[in-house]
Design a protein around this ligand. Sequence first.
Ligand code: 7RM
Length: 635
Amino acid sequence: MNFQIKSFLEYQETYQKSVTNPEAFWAEMAENFVWRKKWDEVLNWNFKDPKIEWFSGAKLNITENCIDRHLADKGDQPAIIWEANDPQEHHRILTYKQLHQKVNLFANVLKNNGVKKGDRICIYMPMVPELAIAVLACARIGAIHSVVFGGFSAQSIADRIKDAQCEMVITADGGFRGAKDIPLKNVIDDALVQCPSVKTVIVLTRTRTPISMIKGRDKWWEDEIKKVETLGLIDCEPEIMDAEDKLFILYTSGSTGKPKGVVHTCAGYMVYAAYTFQNVFQYQPKDIYFCTADIGWITGHSYIIYGPLAQGATTLMFEGVPTYPDAGRFWDIVDKFKVNILYTAPTAIRSLMQSGLDYVKDKDLSSLKVLGSVGEPINEEAWNWYNENIGKGNCPIVDTWWQTETGGIMISPIAGVTKTKPCYATLPLPGIQIELVDEKGQVIEGNDVSGNLCIKFPWPGMIRTTYGDHERCLQTYFATYENKYFTGDGCLRDEDGYYRITGRVDDVINVSGHRIGTAEVENAINMFTDVVESAVVGYPHEIKGQGIYAYVILNDHTEDEELTRKDIAMTVSRIIGAIARPDKIQFVKGLPKTRSGKIMRRILRKIAEGDVSNLGDTSTLLDPSVVEQIKNEKL
Ligand code: 7RM
């Protein structure tokens, strides 16, 4: 594929071209793909509805681009290398030919079970190749996948299934993650009690955990494959999709209590994921590329599956966790497969950094050429450690800023092309027009300034709608500042014009790179019987980036505060999932509220951060004395 930028001068020229004439630029990039019919119009947009259409009139199937077109010259090259949770278990390799066969067969399983174009399918699976196969099989027949991360609770899954009215769930009996077995099918059974729309559940065998199979509803993956083989349903012609047909839904948290179903469509998402993958990581033929994310998050969608496969790359998928069986696991994998490009998260780097260099020292990391970081701001110490001990000082680090809603990387160095700087995502990729704005929406010009990060012009990978509620998409992203997409992040532009993301400016906490809405956690805490009210804020956490700090008012004086804390934490795990469990729970008699009843989170955030010297103006509080109690009893 020939859209790789090779020098900083070329980057500057390309960037200029991309903003002077975005349509010509993206049309040229789109020429690198297989289309059943070319577009009538490159871009049709307004941010008022919003209406975003890229390549309208074009027809394609993303799996034809991710699989079929590579068969002729890369059929025997590994498409997916899979490393199991347990290092004793043999790894698996799927060549492009094998991936093609498996995706086709499973696509036929879906069809044989009545799935049609436009149907929604919930996927709740461990990190095994069959997860990628299930995703691609949906895309092949035009079914809309909604992958739910394996750590989410039955209630969270049920909410997502109901919101999208999914007709099918694809899951596994269980999953292995570190020393734990995750009972995926049991969780699905609990969720489905609330979900009459689901008619079929396909269950992959992975852990052999005993499970119940409901007659007429639940079917084994392996049996279904045999059925279509017996019927001779081997190949599956790709469904021809319109450019703007929905490809997938992925739920993400915002500042309200209810996660939003971010919708991405076929053509624009494909072009953007592939373009950014190729440029940011500078992938070369035969490179082994390893992204440690879970496919349950956008990073896994765009940079384990769609981006790399669209470019005919070899993508390595890992089932386990960075610290199992020990903190050398990533480095063992790099050594074993001679990984060239490693893309991981600051939280993983910090946790491995804490385990010490013993786990790194005997590992051969000389294959590495490029390192990536994603999900949260990377602190200088972690950046330096990654650079020195993993990259040995000669691998560029690409600190990639982007979001579920952006579909792909937005601000990032291009490996080996853009001069890096610790903690800086550096410069916008071609096609990305950034603006920093102040509270009033005034654009902040010049360098050495900071403000709220907005994008003023569409790009192909951007969110199209929030599933089932277009108005919510408008209100969340396009209403804060007129005619701009608002990211929810704060950002500074330094004297060189480099960008540094400073973190969320809304009520979203970023825990280990996972977005969690404070309102969601509060709702879950409030479900516990003894809780009257709660307020949740983030605070700096050494490993997780941010931790969850909950202030809770209880009903009556409890005998055993420790036990109540555990019960509350358990309730949050049950309602959302373990990732949302508060790190600290402080019992308080009251919350700092304004006379109109609004909780002053700014004060609670300061106290949680341990910065009580300047709490700002507290005179507008209904009862300023609660602040004293909260301060004195801080955990
Ligand atoms: C890819 C992803 C998005 C939020 C985003 C930021 C934060 C992501 C960086 C970052 C600083 C980065 N999608 N974020 N990458 N902050 N530097 N390189 O994470 O939808 O799950 O989260 O994550 O706050 O708004 S996401």
